[in-house]
Design a protein. Structure first.
Length: 249
């Protein structure tokens, strides 16, 4: 009896795909800790998921291992880590007290994020982009989780203000994701990035430094700045376009 040898083909894409699965595993751990009401640890795991998410694309381009299955896998993992986990955090922390309406509002970041991922996939190329159409779902997760952990639990902030913000933050994040507004991609630490977009890299580094010094408290304000700048730029660009069209007429 002859025993056939089974050949397992290992390709270069396994490296970025393992990083992508690290993203999903981190998101799964975050959900577990959210269920235990340990929100700080959950937020750290969402941040770690974001690091895995940033690394998988960089590594895939570096070793030329980009693929369609990698892109689909990335979106599935993102949906859990940056969609389901933040929405579950919002529900268990605050929206549970509003019954069905609370479930609906808490689910908006997850629903909008999945739609944003689907839209990205049908329009995506493997090129490294300077801008995204709509806020990326990892940025939304960072925006929501940082607010929930730091600002919402800050005893020095007014209770009414925190409640208003708790409704506003997921709505703003959801609107930003499904919009067609341009949002800057994370700048790459390279000489080309410094030469072409020095302000983007500089502001990002300042934000990272201040967030580190404040032990994460500044993350929410930095992400809010990121969103507002994108909306303001869209407003001025659209206004300028309308003015130019009227001049031509």
């Amino acid at each position: 009896m002859r025993i056939r040898r089974v050949k397992i083909r290992i390709t270069r894409s396994i490296i970025p795909n393992m990083l992508t699965l690290g993203n999903l595993f981190s998101g799964f751990i975050a959900i577990i800790y959210i269920a235990k009401y340990e929100y700080e640890i959950a937020a750290i795991m969402i941040l770690i998921a974001g690091i895995f998410d940033a690394l998988d694309g960089m590594v895939a381009r570096l070793i030329r291992a980009t693929s369609s299955i990698g892109m689909e896998l990335d979106s599935l993992c993102d949906a859990v880590s940056f969609g389901v986990a933040p929405s579950f955090m919002l529900y268990t922390m605050f929206f549970y007290q509003f019954d069905h309406i609370g479930i609906l509002i808490a689910s908006l970041p997850a629903l909008s994020g999945v739609y944003r991922l689907a839209r990205f996939n049908v329009q995506a190329t493997f090129d490294d982009k300077l801008y995204f159409k709509g806020m990326p779902i990892p940025a939304s997760a960072l925006f929501i989780s940082s607010f929930a952990v730091f600002q919402f639990q800050d005893p020095n902030l007014d209770a009414t203000l925190k409640n208003v913000m708790m409704f506003s933050v997921p709505l703003l994040a959801s609107l930003s994701m499904i919009s067609t507004i341009k949002f800057d991609n994370m700048p790459r630490p390279s000489w080309d990035a410094i030469k072409t977009h020095p302000w983007n890299l500089g502001i990002t580094l300042v934000g990272i430094i201040i967030s580190t010094v404040t032990h994460g408290y500044f993350i929410f304000y930095f992400m809010l700045f990121y969103i507002l700048v994108s909306f303001i730029r869209f407003f001025f660009t659209s206004t300028k376009k309308v003015i130019n069209q009227n001049r031509i007429k």
